[in-house]
Design a protein around this ligand. Structure first.
Ligand code: ADP
Ligand code: MG
Length: 457
């Protein structure tokens, strides 16, 4: 969920409440609440007094959970700030245990809280090994991260994790931090590359570079550096960070780095790249369908939202290359289902998520591509699919090919019929048969998902 979505969800929540309580009650309790900050992870609300918080939590907790961010334990990630106190100066937070737990990190906007004089990204409490769902494409990264967390400085050093946006790199990085703090009581420093650069700029200005060097090069046991790609084309900073890595490594400290690309593709000096490749380079891939479904279900559960299996598959098949988008989808759905009082059905999903759902690029796909992909998934020959053998082992995949052609190719049934050497009513019949079958046959649904992904890869 992007930041503005949380604000929008708050507005939707207000609409929801408005339709269910009297105008006076709404005016009394809700009209003086202001959103101070809204990120995908947390919303900060300014309230006139503590009673408003109590009223909200007593009467609308379940609804709030449906609309607003929750943490890994399904608790609401709302921070309340009392208005009068904000105006006086330092922020005071309402003393509710569950909200206190959310005050100490800032992920989307890591406006680093100070650690001594140096910035530090507080570890996101939701990003733990326990809440990270494993699949074949991220298993290796998770094992490597676990191994580093269990024996910091003694296994792979540095551990370099790379992969696309929203695939869980920061999640794994913070998981290492939590683990090391809890089990080894070591000094963990987690920082974004941008923050490191800013810190260095500040220190240069204040002539306190020596202090900074001392801090980074001696006081840290585990150094977690997020998004190293921001170091590209910043020569002086690269040098400083490289020295830091060197010094830390020499004293046995563990270094973990994340990046959107592998070391060899980073525009950094050969020396730095060599150092990064010297440890273990691990790739975080796009999770496969089953893992995406498991992630969806976990996130939905945290929201108190029930999504039927086939709907989870439907969403996971359409949103396939970014886990953060899957979370966004759940958040939207949960808000809509609450608002409209609807169960989560495929129809609601399509309606709510239409702009998020990635349509297959229809023009580009050909019947030939579909046939090839079907043939490889169903282990038959393309020539059999084109032929007229009616044995079940061939007739079913042939129908699947027709079904996918109708879905993925923007052509009339007649034209599709020509491509397959059949009549348009054969295509139509095939589509109806498969539609009926996928409603109950999970295995078939998965096979079709695989064919689709094969084609789009
Ligand atoms: P990146 O740093 O790679 O851009 P993040 O670590 O910020 O991605 O992950 C984006 C969101 O997706 C986070 O909320 C994270 O918890 C979630 N996420 C990603 N992968 C998984 C996973 N395998 N299991 C559970 N949640 C995941
Ligand atoms: Mg990240």
């Amino acid at each position: 969920m992007i930041a503005s979505d949380t604000r929008e969800s708050w507005t939707q929540f207000l609409e929801f409440v408005k339709s269910r309580c009297s105008a006076t009650a709404f005016n009394n309790w809700f009209s003086h609440i202001h959103v101070i900050e809204a990120t995908a992870e947390e919303i900060v609300l300014e309230i006139p007094n503590i009673f408003v918080q109590e009223y909200l939590l007593t009467n609308y907790k379940k609804d709030l959970r449906a609309f607003l961010p929750v943490n890994a334990y399904g608790e609401l990630a709302i921070r309340f700030v009392i208005a009068a106190q904000t105006k006086k100066g330092p922020t005071h937070h309402a003393p509710t245990a569950q909200h206190q737990t959310h005050q100490n990190y800032n992920h989307q906007n890591p406006n680093h809280q100070s650690h001594g004089t140096h910035p530090e990204v507080k570890l996101n409490p939701n990003y733990r090994f326990e809440s990270f769902i494993e699949g074949s494409t991220n298993q290796f990264v998770k094992s490597a991260a676990m191994s580093v967390a269990q024996r910091p400085g003694q296994s792979f050093n540095p551990l370099f994790i790379h992969g696309g946006v929203g695939l869980g790199k920061t999640h794994i990085l913070h998981s290492i931090g939590h683990y090391v703090r809890e089990y080894h009581k070591l000094n963990v420093q987690c920082i974004t590359t941008e923050a490191f650069i800013n810190d260095l700029v500040d220190c240069l200005r204040n002539k306190s570079v020596d202090k900074m060097k001392k801090y980074y090069r001696s006081d840290i046991d585990v150094f977690l550096v997020d998004d190293i790609q921001f170091l590209q084309n910043r020569l002086n900073f690269e040098e400083e960070l490289a020295y830091t890595f060197e010094a830390l490594k020499n004293k046995g400290a563990q270094i973990v780095i994340t990046s959107d690309k592998p070391p060899s593709l980073l525009k950094l000096s050969e020396r730095t790249i060599g150092k990064m490749e010297g440890g273990l380079v691990a790739h975080m891939g796009v999770p496969e369908l089953e893992t995406r479904v498991a992630i969806l279900k976990q996130k939905a559960e945290q929201k108190g939202l029930h999504i039927p299996q086939e709907v989870a598959f439907f969403i996971a098949e359409h949103i396939y290359n970014n886990v953060r988008q899957l979370e966004g989808a759940i958040n939207r759905l949960s808000a809509h289902s609450r608002l409209m009082n609807h169960n989560v059905t495929e129809e609601l999903v399509t309606k709510t998520l239409c702009e998020m759902l990635q349509q297959a690029p229809r023009e580009k796909i050909t019947v030939e591509q579909i046939l090839k992909s079907v043939a490889s998934v169903f282990q038959v020959r393309v020539s059999d699919l084109r032929g007229s053998n009616r044995t079940k082992d061939i007739a079913l995949p042939r129908q699947v090919a027709m079904y996918l052609a109708k879905e993925m190719i923007n052509e009339s049934l007649i034209m599709l019929g020509v491509s397959f050497g059949k009549t348009h009513s054969t295509i139509l019949h095939a589509c109806k048969c498969i539609e009926k079958k996928v409603a109950t046959d999970e295995n078939l649904r998965r096979q079709i998902g695989m064919v689709r992904r094969n084609i789009q890869a």
